[in-house]
Ligand binder design. Structure first.
Ligand SMILES: O=C(O)Cc1cc(O)ccc1O
Ligand SMILES: [Fe+2]
Length: 477
């Protein structure tokens, strides 16, 4: 396979730029970063003349008048302002597989359980922009309410171009291959097992140091991600604010004739040519910035006695709607953890949910599916579509009386994008050669074990009721 990594800026130069990155930490903090000492104006945002002759530019992630606790904006001090470019023109050839307003004409609905095998990474040179395609979503970027779920396969770094998403925030979940993301605020290295959030409007460019790459993207329109409330859990636990890492200022000052900004606007792509790099921000301050998070830092909470907790217990980030407790999009993970519940069916329960659930797998296996749900694959269980463990998982769980002692689930990192809005599905996702048309078969074999005369079923090793405490029994022996 051709190694496309050396096209554009020399690979060694890109690698040097990503060596020993320094980050700032804390989700929602007010950050300050200077690549040249003294580049940030003191005591004001908009001096008549900025230090070192820089231009001041504000990027607003919320309306000017949003209440203080949700207001997000940053001030960028840059060599030339973003406006210095030729007019935007529709990008040709038309991309055609990005949707930001879900309608009858571009997508359809089905209550069927859907599952996709991992999509193969193409041989044809494909960068992050060309390899990104929408799977499903709801609502509209124009109306600032909704989301889109995309996936990408790519094998080539973005050359002399930057992407800017005017529609919403991207939450990127790499599954294969690291992403070297240059942003206006600085650089982020994002490995599988980490996620990155690229908020609406920031320009960024993705390089692929490992070549072939694949992953998932949730895009939200009209909201930003925040940490979930912790309620009775207390002040600590789940994802900690300090584990979210934000870049430090980094800039390039060299002329870059023919540099292209690719702007996603209403799901369509537009290009504008400029003669400099958009990564020309010498210093910045504010609370609106890209960030990354290592999922292995997540501190999972769960039941320590019986029954199965709802997956919301594993929420990393949530994007709210106006309704209390109802998410536009929750990002939930299923990390390695101890299962200790007694006399409990420990895998996910069978269920139907008014929320819609899109799932992906970063590595390993998923506790509810013995086969068929593979790293890089995906599933979609829409509003009220029944789902749960496959036949193999159910039978092996009850047959082994799984759930009688502490058990650590290892080598796994599944995740879910869960939304109150019902997704419409794009035609190329429904017609994909990677669609698993036999998905329903994984449940068809579930048999009736109903026996109206025998309450305590022994035949499959089903453990019915707390006759004795298994853990105490273990301690005594
Ligand atoms: O459907 C799924 O696999 C996700 C899920 C996991 C779980 O532990 C409980 C409910 C749920 O929707
Ligand atoms: Fe579910």
């Amino acid at each position: 396979m051709v190694d496309h990594r050396t096209i554009g800026k020399p690979a060694a130069a890109v690698a040097a730029d990503f060596a020993e990155l320094k980050y700032q930490s804390g989700l929602g903090n007010h950050f300050s970063s200077e690549a040249i000492q003294g580049a940030l104006p003191v005591g004001q945002n908009s001096p008549l003349v900025c230090p070192y002759g820089l231009y001041a530019e504000q990027i607003s992630g919320t309306s000017f008048t949003s209440p203080r606790h949700i207001n997000q904006r940053s001030w960028l001090y840059r060599i030339k302002p973003s406006v210095t470019h030729e007019p935007f023109k529709p990008r040709l050839p038309v991309h055609g597989k990005l949707v930001a307003e879900f309608t009858h004409s571009n997508s359809s609905t089905t209550p069927t359980q859907l599952r996709w095998r991992p999509v193969e990474i193409p041989d044809k040179p494909t960068d992050f922009i060309d390899g990104l395609y929408t799977v499903c979503g709801a609502g509209s970027s124009f109306l600032r309410h909704g989301y889109a779920i995309h996936m990408y396969t790519a094998n080539k770094s973005m050359d002399d171009c930057a992407f800017c998403n005017a529609d919403g925030d991207f939450l990127v979940v790499p599954q294969k291959g690291r992403l070297w993301i240059t942003t206006e605020c600085g650089k982020l290295e994002v490995s599988p097992g980490e996620i990155a959030v690229l908020p609406q409007g920031f320009r960024f460019s993705v390089s692929l140091p490992d070549g072939p790459s694949r992953g998932y993207v949730a895009e939200i329109f009209g909201a930003h991600f925040q940490l979930p409330e912790l309620g009775p859990i207390g002040a600590n636990g789940l994802a900690a604010s300090r584990d979210f890492l934000v870049p430090t200022a980094w800039f390039e000052k060299e002329a870059r004739p023919g540099y292209i900004i690719v702007q996603k606007y209403g799901g369509d792509l537009f290009t504008a040519v400029q003669d400099f790099s958009p990564f020309n921000v010498v210093a910045w301050h504010g609370n609106y910035a890209p960030y990354k998070y290592d999922l292995n830092k997540f501190c999972p909470y769960n039941t320590v006695l019986f029954d199965h907790s709802d997956p919301s217990i594993n929420t990393v980030l949530t994007a709210p709607t106006d309704k209390t407790g109802v998410a536009l999009l929750d990002f939930v993970i299923f990390p390695p953890r101890w299962l200790v519940a007694e006399h409990t069916f420990r895998p996910p329960y069978y269920h139907r949910n008014c929320m819609s659930e899109f799932m992906g797998l970063i590595h390993g296996g998923y506790e509810a599916k013995a086969d068929g749900f593979l790293p890089g694959g995906a599933s979609l269980h829409s509003c009220m579509t029944p789902h749960g463990p496959d036949t193999k998982t159910f039978e092996s769980t009850v047959a082994q009386s799984n759930g009688t002692g502490p058990h650590r689930i290892t080598d796994t990192m599944a995740f879910m994008f869960e939304s109150a809005l019902i997704p419409r599905i794009c035609p190329w996702a429904l017609e994909s050669p990677f669609m698993d048309h036999d998905y329903y078969q994984c449940w068809i074999g579930l048999e009736s074990h109903f026996n109206p005369v025998e309450r305590n079923i022994e035949s499959m090793g089903i453990y019915d009721g707390p006759e004795e405490n298994d853990i105490e029994k273990q301690h005594q022996s």
